[in-house]
Every structure is written in C-alpha cells, then in structure tokens.
Write a protein that binds this ligand. Structure first.
Ligand code: AGP
Length: 612
C-alpha cells in the first residue's frame, strides 16, 4: 500500500527521500511525489508511475531544501494520475501533506470545505487534509510556536478512518508534524537528523534508533528534536527503541531478488525464531506470556486469525495445538472473522498472526476479540508494529525484514513459533508425553534440514522451464500437506499470475477432476506415511487424464510414476510444512523468472495491506 518517507536534517532532502521511496517500492504503488521546504516556499513534484519517473522530473536535482516529505501512492480514491498523486496542498499552497490510509468521511469534509470556499483539484480523500489544516490555521489568532500543531490537531480530529500523515508548511520552515492512527509510521532518529518512514527497513541504513508512535500521538520534529504530544496536546515522553536488524538484512546481498534471498535465509530465520525458547533439556520459556494451567484449562476455544500466508501458517498452528494440547482451535480469515459475529468470550484465546503487524483486517479482528472479552496474542515479525500495541501479549518471529511481497521466511518462522507455542502449552497443561522430546529435537534440527532441502531443490528450475507456459496448476495434499498445498498455490498465483487451485487430494473426484487434462500440472505433497498411498491413488487418476506431475515427498514412492519427484528430508509431521513448502516457494520463483516477471513486486499486490 502507500509508503511515506520524510526527512528533516542538515543534508539536501531530495536524494534521501528518493532513496527512501525506492526502498519502499516493495509495498506496491502506482505514483510517487515529494515536497520540500525551499527558500521561496513549498516545492512539490509528483507524477504517476515509478519513482524513476519522479527522479527524472526536470529541476528535481536543483531542490535545496533540507526538510521534505515523500510518498508512493497505491490508488484507492481516484485513478493513478499526476493530480491524484501525493503530496497534496491546500488552495493557498501553504501546507503540503502526504497521507497513507483512508479518510472515510472525506465526502462530508469536502462538502464542508466546499461550502467554505475551498476548491478540489484531485479525486482523492487526502486533499481534504491540507485544506482543513488551512481552515483551522486561518481561524487561529494566536501566532505562537504551536499554531501549526494546533491546526493539524484540529484537522486530524475531524478525520474518520486510518491515516499516517506528514505535514510541512511555509509558515514554519524548521519543523514537520507527523501523526498516525491505524496506519504504520516510524521515526528514526540520529544526531541532527530525523527520518520518517512507513516501515523500518527503508531507513535502516541511516539509524537503528526508532520512536514508535501510538494512535493519535502528534510529533513536532525539528532537526535535532522530537517533541511528542497526546491528542489533547499535553507533552509526553517517549524513549527510542533500538532495532536489532542490521542494514544489510534489508539489502539483496548478491542475490538476484529479495525473494530468493529470503528463501535461502530460512535456516537462519528458523534458528533465530527458536532462539533460546527451546532447548533439548530445559523447559520452554516464553518470557512474554504469563499463562498458567488454570487459564489454559479453562479455554473453550482458540481462534487463530490472519490473512493470506499468515493464515496458512495458522493452519499448521491449529494442527499442533489441537493434537498436542487438545484445545479446540479454529482458523479464520481476518476479513471474514470480523464480520461473522464469532462466538467469543473470556474463555477464548485469540491468536493473530501477521508478518508486518499492520494488516488492517487482522488488527480489526483483534480489536473485536478484545471487545468481546477474549485474551489476544499477536504473532508478528515487527517489533512495535500496530498489532503489538493492541494485543494483550506479543511473541515474535525473528525472521529479519521480509522485503519481497511474496512471504517465505515469515511463513516458516510462524509455523515453527506456533509449534513451540503448542509445546509450551502442553508443558503448562502437563499433558505432554515422551514423544514431545522427539518433536523438540526435530525442531532444533530444522535449520540443517532446510539447508538439505534447498540442496535437493537445486534443479527445480528445470521443471519450471517445462511448465511455465501452462495456464493451470493444481496443488494437492492430505492432512497437514493440504495446508502446504494452499500456500504453494498462493505463492504461484502471486508471482507468476498462473491460475492455480489447491485441494484436499480426496476431494478431487468430487468435482475438480473434471478440469484435469493434458496441459495441466498437478503438484502433490506427500509427507504423511498413513496417507501417502491414498494420495498416490489420487495422483494416479490425474496421470491417467494426461496431467504432468510433480511430487514433493519424504516417503518411499515409486518415482517412475511421476514426471518429477523431489525427496525432502524426513521430519516430524507437525513441522513438515517447514520443509515441504521450500520446493513450492522455489517452483513459484523459477516459474516467475522464466516468464520474465518482477518476482519481488508482483502486479496489484502490496506487502502490507493497511486498508480493508
Ligand atoms: C503472502 O505471500 C502475501 N503477500 C499475503 O498473503 C500476506 O501473507 C497477507 O497479506 C498477510 O500479511 P501479514 O502477514 O503482514 O499480515
């Protein structure tokens, strides 16, 4: 979705802003723009298309300002165009604003401003903001240092919806004001400079010290200061948080694409996520949680709620929690959960999984669960993200920044963390048996086995070459393998634009088999010894109908039957998705490469989906 960058310091702002926008490209966008404070007032440059177009606008290199705001827009209100691009100014060209989010009551505000003589030049919801600021600024007769802050506050309190906003003004050439509500925004700080961004990786090369903002906290930023206010404009104190990620984690590091790099980072991501929580001979530790036996035994249900890939990780979490702890667990898509009136009370634990911690539907579902009395637990990769500020408890995957839109290392880290969590619950409940020690050992051995899996996948690109021109791919599996089939299918759709479906293998003959014919590829995952023969029979049916087959397995199968078989290392079924998904990630990757597509920034998609 939209991306925001800001700079206030001693250097020329424009190159820093452009660099920041380039680093936010992965979020998805269709236009870009910047505004800086120049000697003679505010400058604004913007256009539809890539950041490259923006940096080619004549005169952009001549901008001297050391304070500026910048934006990549992902169109919601109004088509991608120069007029609709951000920043937006008020009619008098005194205030420049960039905004990420949606102003739900913008029609009402437009009418109010129209009645007060304001004209609109774009179709966006955002354009009401600078005009509202102007409206309040011109009504305020006090010309003190906080005049701009007061005007921004009054305008912001009129807004309904979600927003992260940066404001600069020709009336205050030394400050910038930022505020957020339900949309991401962080402030990176270092000597004589402050950086603003929608997310941490974009400014990680400048600083690792960040201020994290709560909803409706206003910040006045100068070159060497950040002053924080609550929504009533009382000053508040805030400490910085030092982020452990290093700058190179947000670079490609010699890989052709972030996605490929992130696939290969999975052994490290898993190792870091397990961290010191799990060891062979000590009890599992979750310092962040204070669940006891009485609480866990009282639970009538656990809901796991998430979107996309994170929801697929939730399915593996359900499998572990139900089988190990015997607590009924349901997995829901956040956008459905929030509107389906789920049965929740104080005996329900709701777990929300989100790599970014900023997904609007997931956050809304979390808020709903809290209102209904459930305890809420966030599983996320980003410290200080919105979801962690809302949830009662937060636990972290330590996958490092994930830049490619298609999630890979976040998924496997989520699956491992949910398994460790399930083991932790069994430890508290006292319901574990000796077999759990084997699971612990297998989890600890995962990084090595992912390395091995990456090796056995080395020639999957060859198979991708054979099938990349096909139009339909089916992913099949039974039990835990079906959850991986779903993830494999999503990966392929996202980055290769090939139509794909995933099915429980046994469902095939209840309808979808009608679609199977020559020219269709069927990929099946078979890691469960009890189910492998049944899935092989299903595959036999598709072979008979002319489909090409790829099998991912750790079982003994007659490889001659299939066009390609990838044998992955054997492991405990609870964590088998962490290995079996790797060939599927690579398959999707190589198909997209064969088609010459931009794997890291697939069309129409955004890395963090901050609107409904
Ligand atoms: C994954 O490849 C997708 N880009 C998408 O499904 C993603 O997992 C989903 O939007 C949820 O994002 P989150 O984990 O940041 O909440």
């Amino acid at each position: 979705m939209c991306g925001i960058v800001g700079y206030i310091g001693t250097k020329k702002a424009t190159p820093i802003l452009i660099n920041g926008l380039l680093r936010l490209e992965y979020r998805g966008y269709d236009s870009a723009g910047i505004s800086t404070i120049e000697k003679d007032g505010l400058s604004i440059m913007k256009d539809k298309g890539r950041v490259k177009n923006l940096s080619n606008i004549p005169g952009i290199d001549d901008l001297e300002g050391t304070i500026g705001i910048a934006h990549t827009r992902w169109a919601t209100h109004g088509k991608p165009s120069k007029e609709n691009s951000h920043p937006h100014m008020d009619n008098s060209k005194s205030f420049s604003v960039v905004h990420n989010g949606i102003i739900e009551n913008y029609n009402e505000l437009r009418k109010f401003l129209g009645d007060n003589g304001y004209t609109f030049y774009s179709e966006t919801d955002t354009e009401v903001i600078p005009n509202l600021i102007h409206y309040y600024y011109s009504k305020d007769n006090n010309n003190d240092d906080e005049k701009l802050l007061r005007a921004v506050r009054s305008a912001v309190l009129d807004l309904k919806g979600s927003f992260a906003i940066e404001v600069i003004s020709k009336f205050d050439k030394d400050n910038m004001i930022v505020v957020r509500k339900d949309s991401p925004l962080v402030i990176g700080t270092c000597e004589d400079e402050n950086y603003i961004s929608s997310d941490i990786p974009a400014i990680l090369s400048f600083t690792r010290d960040f201020y994290l903002l709560n909803d409706l906290e206003f910040v006045v930023l100068s070159r060497n200061n950040a002053t924080f206010y609550d929504k009533d404009l009382n000053k508040i104190e805030k400490d910085t948080k030092t982020i452990e990620w290093n700058a190179s984690a947000a670079e490609k590091d010699g890989y052709e694409d972030y996605m490929l790099k992130e696939i290969h980072e999975q052994p490290t991501a898993i190792r870091e996520t397990i961290g010191s929580k799990l060891s062979e001979d000590a009890p599992i530790e979750f310092d962040e949680l204070n669940f006891n036996k009485e609480y866990l035994s009282s639970l009538n249900k656990i809901y796991i709620v998430a979107c996309g890939t994170a929801m697929h990780a939730g399915l593996a979490g359900k499998n572990a929690i139900e089988k190990l702890c015997k607590i009924p667990t349901e997995v829901d898509i956040a956008s459905e959960f929030r509107y389906r009136d789920p049965i929740i009370d104080d005996k329900t634990l709701c777990i929300f999984i989100s790599q970014s911690g900023e997904t609007a539907d997931t956050i809304a579902a979390l808020k709903l669960s809290k209102e209904k009395g459930a305890k809420t637990l966030a599983v996320t990769n980003v410290i200080g993200s919105s979801i962690t500020r809302e949830a009662d408890y937060s636990i972290y995957t330590h996958a490092g920044p994930e830049i490619a839109v298609a999630s890979t290392k976040a998924y496997t880290s989520q699956v491992v963390l949910l398994n460790v969590l399930a083991l932790y619950f069994t430890q508290i409940l006292g319901c574990g048996d000796a077999k759990l020690n084997d699971l612990k050992k297998d989890i600890l051995d995962l990084p090595r086995k992912i390395e091995e899996t990456l090796k056995v996948c080395e020639n999957i690109g060859e198979f991708a070459k054979e099938v990349y021109q096909e139009h339909d791919v089916f992913f099949l599996g039974r039990g835990i393998d079906e959850t991986v089939a779903k993830e494999g299918s999503l990966k392929l759709k996202e980055i290769s634009y090939i139509h794909s479906e995933s099915y429980a293998a046994g469902e095939l003959k209840h309808g979808p088999i009608a679609l199977i014919e020559a020219g269709i590829t069927v990929i099946s995952i078979m890691t469960d010894s009890k189910l492998v023969e049944k899935t092989v029979s299903n595959i036999q049916e598709v072979i008979t109908r002319g489909a090409k087959t790829l099998v991912i397995t750790n079982q003994k199968v007659d490889q001659k039957m299939f066009d390609k078989t990838i044998v992955i290392p054997d492991t405990n079924p609870f964590i088998s998705p962490i290995l079996s998904v790797v060939p599927l990630q690579l398959f999707a990757y190589y198909i997209a490469k064969e088609k010459g597509l931009d794997v890291d920034k697939p069309r129409n998609l955004a890395k963090s989906v901050t609107v409904e």
